[in-house]
Design a binder for this molecule. Structure first.
Ligand code: NDP
Length: 290
């Protein structure tokens, strides 16, 4: 089959990689970006830069949005000629909250457009690779109709009709990603204070962040409400976090993150979990901080 025409709105690093992947697969690609110059390299490769958002929308049945957030979608699409939106499929691959994704889908529906939410689980370097995955949610029939086009970007995994679901799964992913990566940056800063380079830390960091055995151990226990302190106790964990904090303070390094972590552990102790596993912090975290 002839590849379907595609419009890409938003040409940050992600949108540029997506437009390039569509060009690689022979799609007719129409672009729009607030800063038009970001389209230059893609136009040199054969993409068409639309002069207006309306022109970009009407050039293809499907428009991929790769913007900072949903407010950026409204900034771009609000006020466009309603005729340009009616009957289109908007695939919004911008990060935002589940509530914003649901609002966005309703906003599109009011204008006669279909909306798929997407959560892209790869950096730009993974775009174009079937090893990478994007989670989608929204109308199944819309997803099925455009699946082949979306699979040019990454493997495509539909997770249900609720437009909030893909956003939720994406934010769950990012909850872990940013915190884990920040822990690595923290360790690099501490290592640097001791004359060690990031390269020196690399093997230790790779091991430390490979948490699979811990996740597989805790997951069934957590679901069973079992926080037995048979292999680790929160009181031990709190003492360990204090050692981390003091090592970081002694080195004259910013201690914001370990201080916050110790506060969390101390709340667990105050709630009576000292003899339980540190996984009991899940129960503490289920409520807002006092
Ligand atoms: P950028 O923030 O670099 O790109 C943002 C795009 O949004 C640009 O095209 C920018 O236009 C546009 N934009 C932002 N605000 C407005 C506005 N008010 N009006 C019009 N246009 C606006 O993001 P990325 O390309 O890195 O990522 C795009 C999305 O994908 C984000 O939601 C991000 O969270 C998500 N994502 C990113 C990953 C990554 O590794 N980069 C990985 C997975 C997901 P202009 O060029 O004019 O500034």
């Amino acid at each position: 089959p002839v590849p379907a025409p595609v419009t890409v709105i938003g040409l940050g690093p992600m949108g540029q990689a997506m437009a390039a992947a569509f060009l690689d697969h022979g799609h007719r690609v129409t672009l729009w970006n607030r800063t038009a110059s970001r389209a230059d390299a893609l136009v040199a490769r054969g993409a068409h830069l639309a002069g207006t958002v309306e022109e970009a929308l009407t050039a293809s049945g499907l428009a991929v949005l790769s913007l900072t957030d949903y407010d950026a979608m409204y900034a771009v699409l609000d006020g466009t000629d309603p005729a340009a939106l009616a009957g289109r499929v908007l695939v919004n691959l911008s990060s935002d909250t589940p509530a914003k994704a649901r609002e966005g889908a309703a906003w599109a529906a009011e204008r006669g457009a279909a909306h798929l939410t997407g959560g892209v689980l790869t950096p730009p370097s993974g775009i174009g690779s079937p090893e990478a995955t994007t989670l989608y949610s929204g109308p199944r029939e819309v997803f099925d109709a455009h699946r082949a086009t979306l699979e040019v970007l990454t493997a495509a995994d539909h997770r249900g009709d609720d437009p909030g679901t893909a956003a939720l799964l994406y934010q769950l992913n990012m909850t872990m990603f940013w915190t884990a990566l920040a822990s690595y940056w923290q360790a690099v800063a501490l290592a640097d204070a001791h004359g060690l380079k990031a390269a020196d830390l690399l093997p230790l960091a790779v091991d430390a962040l490979n948490l699979q055995q811990f996740l597989e151990f805790y997951s069934p226990r957590i679901d069973a409400g079992d926080h037995t302190g048979d292999v680790d106790r929160l009181a031990m964990g709190a003492a360990s976090v204090e050692h981390v904090l003091h090592t970081i303070r002694d080195a004259g390094v910013d201690a914001t993150l370990p201080a916050a972590l110790l506060e969390l552990f101390r709340r667990g102790l105050a709630a009576g979990h000292g003899a339980d596993s540190a996984s009991s912090l899940v129960e503490v975290l289920k409520k807002p901080a006092p």
